[in-house]
Ligand binder design. Structure first.
Ligand code: GGG
Length: 352
């Protein structure tokens, strides 16, 4: 029997509440489909560890993960730890260290979920944001001077490389070709005069190599507005690190709740493990109350199964999510219901 070695990193807040449901779902489908998942859990890689020992993960953290087939992560963030410390202490070192340069964020409006947006009809909105995941605006280059003085200033450099942009844009064109769909590139080259024109040139060069894919570019501000007004017109959106993060959160809210949204941090060459995580953060406001929506983590687990080559098992999980939402009124509070995380998870398990 095939065994896949999975690293579980629950992290902080509701991350620790949504990973156990994802694991129960994984255990159910792996039994049914005849493969085995062997887990190593890294409970202590979190803000609690940072507050105690000054580090989110040990110095040899990446080495501990290197031989795993995939990583399933919950969330990072704590009110007593600056967000940039938690992100740069755990998530970003893993994304960069393992060259997970594609951050894939599928968004669907499921039947039975009320979108706050009039044009977001179930079944019609089914898009994927492909976010560049290792460079761009997420850069440590820059600094702050004259702290506390009236002359205080901060400078932040963005880094766009030919290799870094081309590889993710090429992936997005390939995905659009596979889906038989169109691609939209998010730009802002009217205001950002060096990096964004470079991004646009590299997108055009990739587009020339994919004559089968119709593509367009839109300024990110207009694209954000249209994503709210006409979400169904989009299929594959490719965007820089920051723009992709913002657009995918926006699109997830359009689809009813960020609590459902999954993400795959992919190393397409499979030289290193890929990482799967719900889009949501640690949500300290609801952590510990047992009401977190587990669907983002469960759908992320389905993306992991797909990556590991278990397409049927992954399909079972996404079908169970769709059926649960379409045929029952079991909902966590983010979706307008009163169900607990436990109750929602039981309801999904009954459909598997
Ligand atoms: N589920 C992972 C998590 O905690 N994400 C929080 C976050 O702020 N992510 C920012 C990012 O994806 O760059």
């Amino acid at each position: 029997m095939t065994t896949h070695h999975i690293a579980l990193v629950p992290g902080d807040g509701i991350g620790t509440e949504v990973l156990p449901p994802a694991r129960r779902v994984l255990d159910a489908v792996s039994r049914r489909h005849g493969f085995r998942l062997a887990y190593t859990t890294y409970d202590d890689w979190s803000c609690a560890s940072y507050l105690r020992e000054g580090a989110m993960m040990p110095d040899d953290g990446l080495d501990q993960l290197r031989d795993k087939d995939a990583i399933l992560l919950g969330a990072v963030g704590h009110p007593d730890v600056p967000d940039h410390v938690s992100l740069w202490g755990l998530l970003i070192p893993i994304r960069r260290g393992f060259q997970q340069y594609v951050n894939l964020r599928p968004i669907r409006v499921f039947r039975g979920v009320d979108s706050p947006v009039r044009g977001a009809l179930p079944g019609e909105v089914d898009l994927v944001v492909v976010r560049e995941n290792t460079e761009g605006e997420y850069s440590e280059i820059g600094g702050r001077l004259n702290r506390g003085l009236p002359e205080e200033l901060a400078v932040q450099e963005a880094v766009f490389t030919r290799t870094g942009v081309t590889r993710v844009v090429d992936y997005a064109f390939g995905l659009a070709a596979d889906r038989g769909s169109r691609l939209t590139s998010a730009t802002k080259s009217n205001g950002i005069v060096h990096t964004m024109p470079f991004w646009d040139e590299l997108v055009a060069a990739c587009g020339a190599g994919h004559p089968d894919v119709a593509w367009e570019q839109e300024h990110v501000d207009a694209l954000a507005a249209k994503l709210v007004l006409e979400p169904a017109r989009y299929d594959v959106i490719v965007a820089s690190n920051l723009f992709g993060d913002v657009l995918s959160d926006l699109a997830a809210a359009v689809a009813g709740s960020i609590g459902i949204a999954p993400a795959a941090n992919l190393n397409p060459e499979r030289t290193f493990p890929s990482m799967f995580e719900p889009v949501h953060g640690s949500a300290p406001d609801i952590a510990g109350r047992g009401v977190a929506n587990p669907l983002g983590a469960i759908w992320s687990a389905a993306l992991m199964l797909d990556h590991l080559g278990h397409q049927e098992a992954a399909g079972d999980v996404t079908n169970a999510i769709a059926t649960l939402l379409a045929t029952t009124d079991v909902r966590t509070p983010d979706l307008g219901g009163t169900a607990s995380t436990e109750h929602f998870t039981e309801a999904i398990l009954q459909l598997l």
